[in-house]
Design a protein around this ligand. Structure first.
Ligand code: AP5
Ligand code: MG
Ligand code: ZN
Length: 219
């Protein structure tokens, strides 16, 4: 199965992508995670991406498209893939269409997770992320067993630089302007599946699975 998860910042893309990719045995590709790994390692790509991320802006299309092309040809994607946070502009979606045609792996579904803006701010300002493995927690809704420590790998939890309230607002604005048009783009292509992202985590996981099982191909 080849999937895209669309949705505003804080919709739960990362949280649900981890679960759904595990359930279907497909590769989870998060462009945001790839950038954060590169920032941690101090690469040139990381340095370039950080400039934009810290302002809550999108990284330029050509940078992101090259990364996704490399990720998609990896053998980890042989059983399918779940793109989390890509595409985020119409230009990225068009580039993806061409790439997937070239490698003969068309998209099966695009899941749009929708949540209201107030929920986004509430979720992101209390999110904590593992410095080591990237897993996400929430101080209230999904706290780690031991404060400040990742349940899975024991890594240190930190607050993402772009999760401060003013940066969250800027990210929401970028989303409205550049990413939201993709909902229509994929609806026109008969690939869109809409799932409400504001229930609790297990409810959302179940709703996604049901939507994937029942939505007829082509809409
Ligand atoms: P990215 O890392 O992709 O961030 P984002 O899209 O803004 O989304 P988030 O990761 O913030 O939210 P999420 O939907 O994954 O939610 P999560 O599951 O963590 O991108 C960061 C930056 O990188 C961008 O701003 C841009 O600069 C750059 N970038 C990345 N991709 C790019 C691209 N394609 N083009 C250009 N630039 C790109 O959940 C959020 C919180 O809520 C967590 O604390 C979680 O525990 C909690 N939570 C989740 N679900 C629930 C629930 N159901 N109930 C209660 N709490 C919940
Ligand atoms: Mg994420
Ligand atoms: Zn961890």
């Amino acid at each position: 199965m080849n999937l895209v998860f669309l949705g505003p910042p804080g919709a739960g893309k990362g949280t649900q992508a981890e679960r759904i990719s595990g359930i279907y045995g497909i590769a989870h590709i998060s462009t945001g995670d790839i950038f954060r790994e590169n920032i941690k390692k101090g690469t040139e790509l990381g340095r370039r991406a950080k400039e934009y991320m810290d302002r809550g802006e999108l990284v330029p299309d050509e940078v992101v498209i090259d990364i996704v092309r490399d990720a998609l040809v990896d053998e980890k994607c042989d059983r399918g893939f779940l793109l989390d946070g890509f595409p985020r502009t119409v230009a990225q979606a068009e580039a993806l269409e061409v790439m997937l045609r070239e490698i003969g792996r068309p998209l099966d579904r695009v899941v749009n997770l929708s949540v209201p803006d107030e929920v986004v701010v509430e979720r992101l300002t209390a999110r904590r992320t593992c410095r080591n493995c990237g897993r996400n927690y929430h101080l209230v809704f999904n706290p780690p067993k031991v404060e400040g420590v990742c349940d899975v790998c024991g890594g240190e939890l930190f607050q993402r630089d772009d999760d401060r309230e003013e940066t969250v607002r800027a990210r929401l604005e970028e989303y409205r302007r550049k990413t939201e048009p993709l909902i229509e783009y994929y609806r026109e292509r008969g690939l869109l599946v809409e799932v409400a992202g504001d229930g609790d985590m297990d409810e959302v996981t179940q709703a996604i699975q049901e939507a994937l099982a029942t939505a007829a191909p082509g809409g």
